[in-house]
Design a protein around this ligand. Structure first.
Ligand code: GDP
Ligand code: MG
Length: 370
């Protein structure tokens, strides 16, 4: 059932919760600010206080926010989105940095200019590959928990000198749960005396049978530090991507997912988005989680302004009125009123959830005191 807290109801009538609580008391209801009322009770009170009621349900607001794909969708190939996972210190960050430096454009621009949480490079065959620069399982699971399955391929890094470790296994399980194909990158092969066979046999114990052991999962030996065989890894990614036949419709309404967001002193909310469908353009009005705004600027991972961003391209956008959360969805909408309606509705939902959570704690605390 639809529930609303006393606090929230007061807020919507632009009155103080204490005044509303007093009104409720007059009607014989003893409640606290964080108590919840059902929709019918709330409606009676609101009408008693001389306000008119407009009930808005989730489906009213959320429905149709993202268009259904059309039957004659204009599907075109899109770059793969790759996440690198693995045990701590096995070389995730080093590998992400090394891969980024294989990109001629990035090199010419003077190396890594900035960190935007995701970047795109050109692979050996000239096709682009997008990397989510959010190694760490927290980000991956947070996104998945919010229904954002943006990763197409997981590269699991295993240090040859350390072998399969707890977070290696965790990574394998995350990738499996998400139904995302795995590529194993055996790293640190530059170290003297390392034996990658041990890694491969250990992986067998976790039902990961790599190609060099007669299985189907690609395994590539690399050194992020000495920059050995990075092309081999990129080729493996491109091969896997070809098998997946990844496609998107670049002509439809644009939507995608928040990779990272922060508040910048000078620029305001800065949000890294991964476009999944359509083309995001400067000037578009977007709803992003519980925030909205007009896209004032689009910046690629080099920090350069771009006018449009198509599928699988990560871009930083400026112009939102607040900071969304990683894993939030964005969608382009037709006009500001629509954007505001959705964002306000979601803000309200968030407040209600937060209030309910506080109510829960205080109840637990009360119980603890008994
Ligand atoms: P992360 O925790 O998985 O992100 O691992 P890092 O990228 O921070 O690397 C951990 C340590 O391993 C650092 O000291 C790196 O310099 C080192 N390292 C990473 N890759 C290699 C490699 O290919 N060879 C060697 N010898 N050391 C590496
Ligand atoms: Mg790291």
């Amino acid at each position: 059932p639809d529930l609303i807290t006393v606090q929230e109801l007061a807020q919507r009538m632009a009155m103080r919760s204490t005044d509303l609580i007093r009104e409720l008391m007059k009607q014989g209801q003893m409640v606290q600010a964080n108590a919840t009322l059902d929709a019918d009770t709330a409606q009676l009170i609101v009408e008693d206080l001389g306000h008119s009621v407009k009930r808005v349900s989730e489906s009213d607001v959320e429905e149709g926010l993202i268009d259904k794909p059309s039957a004659d969708a204009n599907l075109v190939p899109r770059p793969p989105v790759v996440t690198i996972m693995g045990h701590v210190d096995h070389g995730k960050t080093s590998l992400l940095d090394a891969l980024r430096q294989t990109d001629v454009v990035a090199g010419e621009a003077g190396g890594i200019t900035q960190h935007i949480g995701a970047y795109q490079i050109k692979g050996p065959n000239g096709d682009p590959i997008t990397f989510l620069d959010t190694p760490g399982h927290a980000a991956f699971t947070a996104m998945r928990a919010r229904g954002a399955n943006v990763t197409d391929i997981v590269v699991i890094v295993v240090a040859a000198d350390d072998g399969v470790m707890p977070q290696t296994i965790e990574s394998i399980n995350h990738a499996r749960a998400a139904g995302v194909p795995i590529i194993v990158a055996i790293n640190k092969i530059d170290k003297p005396g390392v034996d990658s066979t041990r890694v491969k046999t250990d992986l067998l114990q976790h039902e990961v049978q790599v190609e060099s052991m007669g299985g189907e999962i690609q395994d590539i030996e690399v050194s992020a530090l000495k920059r050995l065989n990075l092309d081999g890894l990129l080729e493996a990614i491109q091969l896997q991507a070809e098998l997946l036949e990844l496609k998107a419709d670049d002509k439809r309404q644009s939507f995608g997912t928040v990779v990272e967001a922060k508040l910048d002193k000078g620029r305001g909310p800065v949000t890294t988005l991964l476009v999944q469908e359509g083309e995001l353009q400067r000037g578009d009005i977007v709803v992003v989680g519980a925030e909205w705004g007009k896209v004032r600027a689009l910046l690629n991972d080099q920090g350069d302004q771009v006018k449009v961003a198509g599928p699988s391209l990560p871009v930083e956008i400026l112009g939102l009125n607040g900071v969304p959360e990683p894993g939030d969805q964005f969608a382009v909408v037709a006009h500001e009123a629509r954007a505001r309606e959705v964002a306000e509705y979601r803000q309200r939902k968030k407040r209600e959830k937060a209030n309910a959570a506080t109510a829960g704690t205080s109840l637990e605390q009360m119980m603890a005191q008994l």
